[in-house]
Design a protein around this ligand. Sequence first.
Ligand code: NDP
Ligand code: GDR
Length: 374
Amino acid sequence: MTKKALITGITGQDGSYLAEFLLEKGYEVHGIKRRASSFNTQRIDHIYQDPHEPNPKLHLHYGDLSDTSNLTRIIQEVQPDEVYNLGAQSHVAVSFESPEYTADVDAIGTLRLLEAIRFLGLEKKTRFYQASTSELYGLVQETPQRETTPFHPRSPYAVAKLYSYWITVNYREAYGMYACNGILFNHESPRRGETFVTRKITRGLANIAQGLEECLYMGNIDSLRDWGHAKDYVRMQWLMLQQDNPEDFVIATGVQYSVRQFIEWSAAELGIALEFSGQGVDEIATVSSIEGDKAPALKPGDVIMRIDPQYFRPAEVETLLGDPSNAKTKLGWVPELTVQEMCAEMVVEDLKTAKRHALLKEHGYELPVSLENG
Ligand code: NDP
Ligand code: GDR
């Protein structure tokens, strides 16, 4: 029997990798996409299957985590074996701007899905994965953070995710559902949203090297994160639903670096050596040397990074470092890609786009480069 999976957030970074992964495993994959005024399926266009073809394996349904009747109807129609709840307003800084919306989608959205599964009598058939997060640890109580480390969320996003964490545990305990939390530390890729810090850096610096932007404006670059590759992490999401008993797992690499280090690596991938000087809001990064003609728009002495306090958060999560030993021992999971390999892959992809834009510009066909930042 072909297994059926339903993915909320299929148009996002993780959703797109997970859909690819499950299709390769032979699943019939259903995804919920939001109605938007312009196309929003870029990350999954390459796996899109024409519904007019015989036996399509990928099906998209319009929906929203804020809409109970819609979620219930989709689950009733699909009768999924596995539900992966990856949909969320996932930007921590934005959650301070839209706290109520974030709570509705990121907290109550999870409850809506669990209730739909229960209400439809699928609690013994449908396995449920909740996209929990290292942001739950927030103001960290123990280093490294493991499954037993107490939580102290530091943003409306993290508080909403705390509700989702516990409602998932509660439905497991109360109704015997196979429901579990993956407590995932930051994971990135060339498909990462443009306003998360790693992608903002790789895309921004590639644009700067090609003369499409002048300077990268950053927030707290002392922040420390445990970064992995999204491809490795979606494999883990699937593994968690294939065990005999449901359990919550921390997924991380066990190594942390600063945002400043990520800026240095990205610049080095572009052939640019940087020198950081100044302190606090006055810190800047200056080009000290350039390899050959790798960054045609730059010369030594150019300042390509400055601090802009608008990117500071009302409450910051300064440091995160995960202990993935439980996942390693029980699930045999080890990340295959290092953060440096991931950074290089992201720079290569963003540089390709920047070069295309630069070439068009040179020939008088300038395309708008979105300067939206986060
Ligand atoms: P993205 O922001 O890339 O994707 C989020 C997805 O959720 C998108 O498909 C988005 O749709 C969808 N979405 C947003 N709002 C709604 C809504 N109201 N109803 C239905 N769908 C909605 O996130 P990631 O792929 O990076 O992360 C996946 C999940 O994992 C998220 O829940 C995130 O909070 C969590 N997480 C992520 C980590 C990371 O480092 N990436 C670490 C730990 C947890 P659209 O494309 O239309 O915007
Ligand atoms: P995070 O990711 O908040 O950890 O949440 P993000 O990449 O946004 O920030 C990481 C750290 O970098 C600092 N920072 C900046 N961040 C952004 N976005 N823009 C900047 O200019 C900037 N300058 C410094 C931040 O302050 C922060 O300390 C991500 C999301 O994917 C969540 O959904 C997920 O739950 C967690 O990772 C684990």
